[in-house]
Design a protein around this ligand. Structure first.
Ligand code: NAD
Length: 491
């Protein structure tokens, strides 16, 4: 397995070959087929990978099943934790290298990916701390001649599907609790950004996990991904991606009643009240929507602002948006990179064209960057919308902020909740009562007050409504990788 980082020009001529990781071995697809991934900044096909099919998925699931009853099953929680801590140290050692791989696959800023990758060990340490605390309970029961107790057992083989926007962060949110619980794991990373996951497999091996505990199959969603989620020997599916794909994953899982955790799309609202610190709110709105070129599930892509401060706040947001430096994602001076791949670029620009044709007003931006070309889209602030305009209620997954004014707190809450999504939101106000009151009224899995985008291993994250099912992070996340067994003993 290579982890070479050739120059873009060299990579164009010779995409670096990578292999899948199954049962501790580097393997090719049984069909011999390969596909390439593109660096969205340079436009080069920089890496090539095996195009796995059903038979490769089957081999990976069999390896995970065998590992589940092998030496891994005999390890105590403390021993699993020790392996996880070793893995955390190796991630810390290689964080910059892994970040560079993710930047080349996704076009996201190198400094942002470095920030994510250097934070990953925290997740492994947090869940390692829970591996030896998976307690059952002694149940008093109502039968004098019986005693009952419960055990938490690993759910079994986990099939994970990850998206391209934060490959290793979103893998970690699944893998760390799954390892803590004693599960084994097969991941299919996005076909647009699989390389860091393959490099990560080498670290799992170096840390000393038994072969087959962690396996990677590569390929596209409808074939390889579908084969994994429909595999009858997968006990739990952990998926992060778009809402339509999540729905089809849930249907496939229902075919064999696999347990499911779904982290899906969002159209999160930032509510700004007239008493807010408007400079802080403008900064929060900018970071909330334009980070990663808007390609984050939690993007605060709707700005709901009280009419009395609408013009002032929009002017501040526009002024800041116009200073955002677009360019090479590896350049420390760059503040926004390109859209990550061709299909996503087409989706974003098509949605903008439709919105502008339907009467939306671009207060700034509005389409591709004419100087940079490629997959670059200008940070865009749209006004003149109605709540029903498609771009005001559907996920764009691009650098587009939809602005809607409101008059009252009730109207703001109703507008914020008028969406099929329920992932996140924020409230900007100096009134502590209103801050909590509105946070409680929002139908969203996470609400920030006078902040945006903070996450941590110990705080649950996930969606209400069509933004998902279940929660990642926090103590309950590890329980989602266990089954409770009740044991009755006759006295
Ligand atoms: P996507 O749904 O297109 O793909 C996600 C993954 O699913 C990829 O690995 C893909 O290959 C796979 N896939 C596609 N079709 C499949 C099928 N039929 N069966 C099984 N797997 C299949 O999403 P994307 O474009 O990679 O990622 C962007 C989306 O992810 C956005 O909607 C974003 O909001 C969401 N997301 C959510 C969170 C969260 O925590 N809620 C985090 C990041 C991204």
């Amino acid at each position: 397995m290579s982890t070479s980082t050739d120059s873009p020009t060299a990579a164009a001529q010779h995409p670096t070959p990578y292999a899948m990781a199954i049962a501790g071995e580097q393997v090719e697809a049984r069909s011999g087929r390969r596909f390439t991934t593109t660096d969205p900044f340079s436009g080069t096909n920089w890496a090539s990978l095996p195009d796995g099919d059903e038979s490769d998925v089957d081999a990976a699931v069999s390896a995970a099943r065998a590992a589940l009853s092998g030496p891994w099953s005999t390890l105590s929680g403390a021993s699993r934790a020790a392996l996880m801590r070793r893995l955390a140290d190796l991630i810390a050692r290689d964080a910059e290298h892994l970040a560079l791989l993710e930047t080349r696959d996704t076009g996201k800023l190198l400094r942002e990916m470095s920030g994510q990758l250097t934070a990953l060990p925290q997740w492994f340490h947090y869940f390692a701390g829970l591996a030896d605390k998976l307690e059952g309970s002694a149940v008093p029961g109502d039968k004098p001649n019986f005693f009952a107790y419960t055990r938490r057992e690993p759910v079994g083989v986990v099939g994970a599907i990850t998206p391209w926007n934060s490959p290793l962060l979103l893998l970690t949110w699944k893998l760390a609790p799954a390892l803590a619980a004693g599960c084994t794991f097969v991941v299919k990373p996005s076909e647009h950004a699989p390389i860091s996951t393959i490099a990560f497999a080498a670290l799992v091996e170096e840390a000393g996990f038994p072969p087959g505990v962690f396996n990677v199959v590569t390929g596209d969603g409808p074939a390889t991904g579908q084969a994994l989620v429909a595999h009858p020997d997968v006990d739990k599916i952990a998926f992060t991606g778009s809402t339509p794909t999540g729905m089809s994953v849930a249907k496939a899982a229902a075919g064999h009643l696999a347990r499911v955790t779904l982290e899906l799309g969002g159209k999160s609202a930032q509510l700004v009240f007239p008493d807010a610190d408007l400079d802080a709110a403008a900064n929060g709105v900018i970071a909330g929507v334009f980070a990663a070129s808007g390609q984050t599930c939690m993007a605060g892509s709707r700005l709901l602002v009280h009419r009395s401060v609408h013009d002032e706040l929009v002017a501040k947001v526009v002024a800041r948006a116009e200073t955002i430096a677009l360019g090479d994602p590896t350049d420390p001076a760059t503040e926004m990179g390109p859209i990550a791949n061709a299909p996503q670029y087409t989706k974003v620009t098509d949605m903008l064209t439709t919105a502008l044709g339907d009467g939306a007003i671009a207060a700034t931006g509005g389409g591709p960057d004419p100087e940079l070309g490629g997959f670059f889209v200008r940070p865009t602030v749209l006004t003149g919308l109605t709540p029903a305009t498609e771009i005001a209620c559907e996920e764009v997954f691009g650098p587009v902020l939809a602005v809607l004014p409101f008059e009252t707190e009730e109207e703001a809450i109703a507008l914020a909740n008028d969406t099929r999504y329920g992932l996140a939101g924020s409230v900007w106000t100096k009134d502590i009562h209103r801050g909590h009151r509105v946070a409680h009224a929002l139908k969203a899995g996470t609400v920030w007050i006078n902040a945006y985008r903070t996450v941590g291993p110990d705080v649950p994250f996930g969606g209400q409504k069509q933004s998902g099912l279940g929660r990642e992070n926090g103590i309950d996340a590890v329980h989602a990788y266990t089954e409770t067994k009740s044991v009755w003993v006759e006295l």
